[in-house]
Design a protein around this ligand. Structure first.
Ligand code: UDP
Length: 356
């Protein structure tokens, strides 16, 4: 049986082992854009447990009220329904603008996670994805500037695009191999622009900025559905329903899957530790798994009768993806500790509780 409180506590215990994190979030005012999403909602929950005051902003384009509904009664949690690609102001009233003058005097930290991230949505909502990561990042940085907050930006391994063989595993120093007009470009290029925005605000306004490049992350609350096209939740849903498991191509493409508990720990460390300021840090698992192996493991762990079927490989789908974690280990003193089988079991348990 999946025990969510236990998973949250693991993150807190691990953060507690790094003396640089001591009481870092206590009584801090923190804005989390995309706080209703998969990663955002885990972050809101952990921050509240660490005695922070959280303002969660989401327009539920990909986030879900169910992810945060249980936080509604917490006096330290406030939710605002808003699309961050539209300017929003806190603290001081700006006539004719969306503003929340009485919510907080000042944010200590702004964390920007708002964006759809599922490949099939890249063709359905390319403009809003571009907006979240460009205008949204700019607006979130604007709040950080006005409040003299530090700023965290959730970037992605997609900034590397589809790297050649000699660039996998990939260090942060690699600039990327990205198709500017391909089916993934709305996400990849806008996330890259988001990094550039972040650096521009650091340069021009001396904002304390942090950003991590998040590699494939999974766990309870990851969105599922054929319309999203994500391998891991698709495979779980297909297996639980004994439907065919749709492997694209021959399944030899690789990914490294990171369990949400590990990822959230890394993100929260990156937000605080002084050494992380201004530099991108890869945050993901470094154990390589082929998509066919993932399909087989999911089938085994769910005792499913599903058959694997092979379908056409999407255009520009990265062939290999693996982070070099030297920087994360050194700067954040972080490395993933959850193997795929353990994390996948927990995710499956959670799915079963949702009555898929
Ligand atoms: N994939 C697959 N079957 C699916 C969905 C995805 O084989 O039903 C493949 C996809 O083509 C990609 C890999 O699994 O090569 C990981 O896809 P995902 O969408 O999970 O993440 P991303 O491509 O963003 O890493």
């Amino acid at each position: 049986m999946y025990d969510h409180q236990n998973e949250l506590q693991k993150i807190i215990n691990r953060l507690g082992k790094d003396e640089r994190m001591n009481n870092s979030f206590k009584k801090k005012n923190i804005l989390v854009t995309g706080g209703g999403g998969f990663l955002g909602s885990w972050i809101c929950e952990v921050l509240l447990k660490l005695d922070a005051k959280v303002v969660c902003l989401d327009n539920f384009s990909s986030g879900r009220w169910e992810n945060i509904a249980h936080l509604e009664k917490n006096p330290n949690f406030k939710f605002i329904m808003h699309d961050i690609s539209i300017p929003v102001f806190f603290g001081k009233n700006k006539p004719n603008r969306v503003s929340y003058p009485n919510l907080t005097d000042r944010f200590d930290i702004v964390m920007h996670l708002a964006s759809r991230a599922s490949p099939f949505e890249f063709s359905k909502f390319p403009i809003s994805i571009m907006k979240s990561n460009t205008l949204g990042t700019m607006n979130a940085l604007g709040i950080a500037k006005e409040h003299s907050s530090s700023f965290f930006y959730a970037s992605t391994s997609e900034t590397y695009g589809n790297p050649p063989v000699d660039k996998v595993p990939t260090p942060e120093s690699y600039f990327g191999y990205v198709n500017t007009i391909g089916p993934r470009s709305c996400y990849d290029e806008s996330k890259r622009a988001g990094e550039a925005f972040t650096k521009a605000y650091e340069l021009q306004h001396n904002i304390d900025v942090r950003f991590v490049r998040i590699f494939n992350t999974y766990g309870p609350r990851i969105r599922a559905g054929k319309e999203l096209g994500r391998a891991l939740p698709n495979f779980i849903e297909q297996c639980l329903n004994d439907d065919p498991i749709t492997v694209f191509g021959d399944g030899s493409q690789t990914r490294c899957f990171t369990y949400v508990v590990d990822e959230v720990e890394g993100i929260l460390k990156d937000t605080i530790v002084p050494e992380a300021r201004g530099i991108p840090i890869n945050l993901g698992h470094n154990k390589v798994t082929t998509i066919l192996e993932l399909a087989e493991l999911t089938k085994q762990l769910t005792n499913s009768n599903s058959k694997i079927v092979f379908q056409k490989m999407p255009k520009d789908d990265p062939v290999r993806r693996q982070p070099i974690l030297t920087r994360a280990k050194k700067v954040l003193r972080w490395e993933p500790t959850t193997d795929l089988e353990t994390g996948l079991k927990k995710t499956i348990e959670w799915y079963k509780m949702q009555n898929v």
